[in-house]
Design a protein around this ligand. Structure first.
Ligand code: NAP
Length: 467
């Protein structure tokens, strides 16, 4: 099969966003044999891999080894990477439409959801997404400051990101030194005064969003005890009935882990992590300088919602938790892209199975697609993006079959290359990235660490002899 109206041309595809979803789209396109494909992948950062580099916790190196798969995809002769090329700044939708038959947006979810409670913006209250990007050396966040002089901290939310953040706050400097955490974060966290960390769940243990290996790991920290108030580890009647009905072994195991934590006796470890359940923050409050000093919590009970899910509702019982540091970890949120239809309420690109839709007609916009978190919202693990990308690629190939592709006036490989060189002569190729990767790993090896990251774009360009 050849691209409609361009019989001698391979299908030219632009992928915007070099995270897992983007690489899985490329992989699925290369796997099929019916349509010859050329892929150009763009990222606004010089470095590829999205949240695998800037989101996955530095002490979870095994998860990061998935980049070996992406490396293999990038070695295909019909793949090119253009790092440090930003959609909406260096390249616009019309530019891409002029050079590609299909364009796929895989930009992920780059910001955080709000709690919408008073005091959320006090100094000392931060989005967990920023903290994560900071300790992972994301160039946009390297200058952030987090007040680690506080002894008591709370992480709001009980998803895997909340667990990552709490774990990083509880790790000893020795533990952190073995990771690829950003150097400045290693230094700041080594001086951290944080002793008590609370994880705040608005529902019960059976509804906690974190997964079992992640919560189990909390019990294995060198420098922190884990605790759960025994009464909060118990299941309420609705959760108990739900669990018995579903027979869900993973949830039963999760509850057991938490109930075991509730039996823990304090040791002489320096830090303590306490998991709280069935409480919601209703207000953050501070001192006269506007610095956070505490959090007001309301107790919840669960009820069966219309969809059958157990939801929290506040009862009239309040408590105050004195904390000087709050990290809000209630989910990531997608950011709209210039000229691309967006569903503000869900924080995703308007789409059906990956085909981007026109808001006026709800009909697919020819040649425009999406995959990953910006398509479906911030859920699932890295591997979830594989079937998600497959769904998008299936639509793309079906549309090729129908001749429903863009008709770029300049589909030649050299044309876009010239345009990019013109717009940003400092763009980063995959070869450039491999060089940066090697330099990071070499520096890491000298220190017994997986890598020492470049955390500023200037440093990266200098290392490549560009400035
Ligand atoms: P998440 O799993 O959706 O968890 C969000 C948490 O925030 C939930 O506990 C949620 O409670 C809570 N929450 C939401 N709104 C709230 C509010 N107004 N007040 C109090 N709590 C609120 O999101 P995430 O932790 O950001 O993770 C995103 C995805 O990445 C997940 O699929 C996660 O598994 C994945 N991830 C995986 C790993 C790993 O595999 N190691 C690491 C990091 C992230 P409710 O459940 O009650 O809504």
């Amino acid at each position: 099969m050849t691209v409609a109206n361009t019989p001698s041309q391979p299908l030219r595809v632009a992928i915007v966003g070099a995270g897992p979803a983007g690489f899985y789209v490329a992989e699925h396109l290369f796997r099929q044999t019916e349509v010859p494909v050329e892929v150009d992948m763009f990222d606004r950062l010089p470095t590829p891999f999205g949240l695998v580099r800037a989101g996955v916790a530095p002490d979870h190196q095994k998860i990061k080894s998935v980049t070996k798969v992406y490396d293999r995809i990038a070695q295909k002769p019909n793949f090119r990477f253009y790092g440090y090329v930003e959609f909406g700044a260096h390249l616009h939708l019309d530019d891409l439409k002029a050079h590609y038959h299909q364009i796929v947006f895989t930009t992920g979810a780059q910001t955080d959801r709000n709690l919408n409670i008073p005091g959320e913006d006090l100094s000392g209250s931060y989005a967990a997404t920023e903290f994560v990007a900071w300790y992972n050396g994301h160039p946009d966040y390297r200058d952030c400051q987090f007040d680690l002089s506080q002894e008591r901290a709370a992480v709001i939310g009980v998803g895997n990101v909340a667990v990552d953040v709490a774990r990083i706050l509880c790790r000893t400097p020795e533990e952190l030194r073995q990771t690829d955490i950003a150097d400045y974060a290693l230094e700041a966290l080594s001086r951290s005064k944080v002793k008590e960390v609370y994880l705040i769940g608005r529902r019960g243990p059976a509804q906690a969003a974190f997964t079992n290996p992640e919560i189990k790991e909390m019990g294995e920290l060198a420098g922190a005890d884990v605790a759960v108030p025994p009464e909060e580890a118990e299941l309420d009647a609705l959760s108990q009935a739900d669990l018995e009905k579903s027979g869900n072994k993973l949830i039963a195991r999760k509850v057991k882990i938490l109930q075991d934590y509730a039996q823990n006796q304090p040791s002489d470890k320096e830090r303590r992590l306490t998991l709280r359940f069935l409480v919601s923050p209703v207000e953050l409050f501070g001192d006269e300088q506007g610095h956070l000093t505490g959090m007001k919590l309301v107790r919840n009970e669960l009820y069966v919602s219309q969809s059958g899910v157990l939801r929290p509702k506040p009862i009239d019982q309040f408590e105050t938790l004195p904390v000087g540091l709050v990290l809000r970890s209630v989910g990531y949120r997608g950011v709209p892209l210039p000229e691309i239809p967006f569903r503000q309420d869900w924080g995703i690109i308007l789409n059906e199975q990956g085909r981007i839709l026109a808001p006026e007609t709800n009909q697919p916009l020819t040649g425009l697609y999406t995959a990953g978190w910006i398509k479906r919202g911030p859920s699932g693990v890295i591997g979830t993006n594989k079937p998600d990308a497959a769904e998008t690629v299936k639509c793309m190939l079906a549309d090729v079959g129908q001749g429903a592709v863009l008709s770029p006036p300049q589909p030649e490989v050299a044309a876009i290359d010239n345009l990019i060189r013109d717009r940003n002569p400092n763009y980063i190729s995959y070869q450039d990235w491999l060089r940066l990767d090697e330099l990071e790993q070499t520096k890491g090896a000298e220190q017994g660490r997986p890598r020492v990251k470049f955390t500023s774009i200037k440093e990266m360009l200098t290392a490549l002899g560009r400035e």
